[in-house]
Design a protein around this ligand. Sequence first.
Ligand code: F6P
Length: 555
Amino acid sequence: MSELPYSSAYPSQLPIWQKLKDHQVKQSKMHLRDEFNKDSDRAKRFFLQSEHIYLDYSKNLITDETIKLLEELANQAGLPAAIQSMFAGEKINNSEERPALHVALRNQAGTPFMVDGEDVMPEVKAALNQMERFVWSIHSAQARGYTNKRFTDIVHLGIGGSYLGPKVVSAALKPYWKAGLNLHYVANIDGTHITEELKHLSPETTLFIIASKSFGTQETIMNARSAKDWFLRNGGNQDDIHRHFVAISSNEKKAVEFGIARENIFPMWDWVGGRYSLWSTIGLPIALTIGIENFKALLSGAHEMDEHFRTAPFTQNIPVILALLGVWYSNFFQADSHAILPYDHYLRALPAHIQQLDMESNGKSVTHSGDPVDWSTGPVIWGGAGANGQHAYHQLLHQGTHFLPADFIMPLRTHNHIGDHHALLLSNCLSQSQALMQGKTLEEAKAELTAQGKTPEQVEELAPHKVIPGNRPSNTILFEKSTPRTIGALVAMYEHKVFAQGVIWNVNSFDQWGVELGKELGQEIYDIITGDNTPNGQDSSTKGLIDLFKKINNR
Ligand code: F6P
């Protein structure tokens, strides 16, 4: 384990922590509705704009003093030095002794990015050129299937970060897709997933991308084997594999062993974490669908957000403000979760990506040096597309007993002008955050019922059910339109938010040891089921469940 290159702090021991606790006691008595009533400039004061993103954070339980104290927390926690360390390529992932240099993948400044004394930019550019040549060969039909037909379908096989990032971005940018190419994702080890995806495809016109940084992830490798079997069973030959299968991996040896031609392996690097990797060759399915120029525009949008994060003062810095607000609620209001609510059908996969990004990064309970934390760290991330959620879980947001901060996210312009859909969508988005903020008082509920002609008894009975407490915080994150640049900026914004929170919580946002145990035990159970191993030390519950599976399946 390497030494952390910046000095971290135990947040709960910082003098500012107690000040924030005291401040929270004061703030918990405020109601946002009153704050808006007494200050007509509130929305202006708590509004930020970067090149592509608008953030209205006025509907949060904050005052100017809160922001001042939170800024102080960021400083005392060492955030300025941590940001510098990340951009300098220092080993901020200290448990794996690696830098976290996803920012190098979208670096447009022409500056070097050094890892262990070597500039990685030439390799990054070479990989982008390799992608560009490949995308051109598919689009121009220079590369064809084994019966000389053009490729019509791409099946991307990957899981976790090798799946969720490409999936959200390719879906978000559907209007930019090149005609004649369809994209499918298979992630789950459940054979149903690959069966359903392959059902309507022809091996003659299907290209498979095996995306696995390690080339060792059980789900992806099993899906890749099944894809190869399907290809060989349905007309393809062993000699055709090199035309139809490409890999993205940092493990060239294993990819070659699988049967991938060396020239069809796209490199990945240890200094890119899976959940931060869509900007790398893992983004190949994005580039194939939207074209390389649009992929580069995606990188530019992310780079613009990188520059904003690196240089803007904390009180003007969108990812930092979002991070601080999250800390404010997690640690001082005991919020356990955070909702991601995109009001855009194209962005419906965003909650799942942010879920991995945030929960795999900050779902930790020891500090960088391995001491247990006595403060809460990453929240549960959940969410879904608006306005659908309004008819499902928003009831709990408005009247439930949980404290649930939320992000409302929406493009101001649409790609699909039909009637007044977009204006109505926006009205829904804005009215939800407004309702969460202002609520409805008992007096208002009573007046409403009286105006509806209810008897005084009915008013008394019904009014409590209609009260909405309000004072529930949210951010509104807007951008002009879903374009490669704005989507790049949006996703990068969340990456930096997560990193800034990890720094404040003193956790390593770039490792994920927690997922390993399940993987190891999964292999042991599989070996027992296949008969390669005898049960050894399994608890009675797990053993009983294995036996039940074997009995039902006659194994
Ligand atoms: O879930 C654990 C994890 O290691 C993720 O961090 C990663 O994104 C995913 O598995 C896939 O890993 P790989 O690209 O090596 O197949």
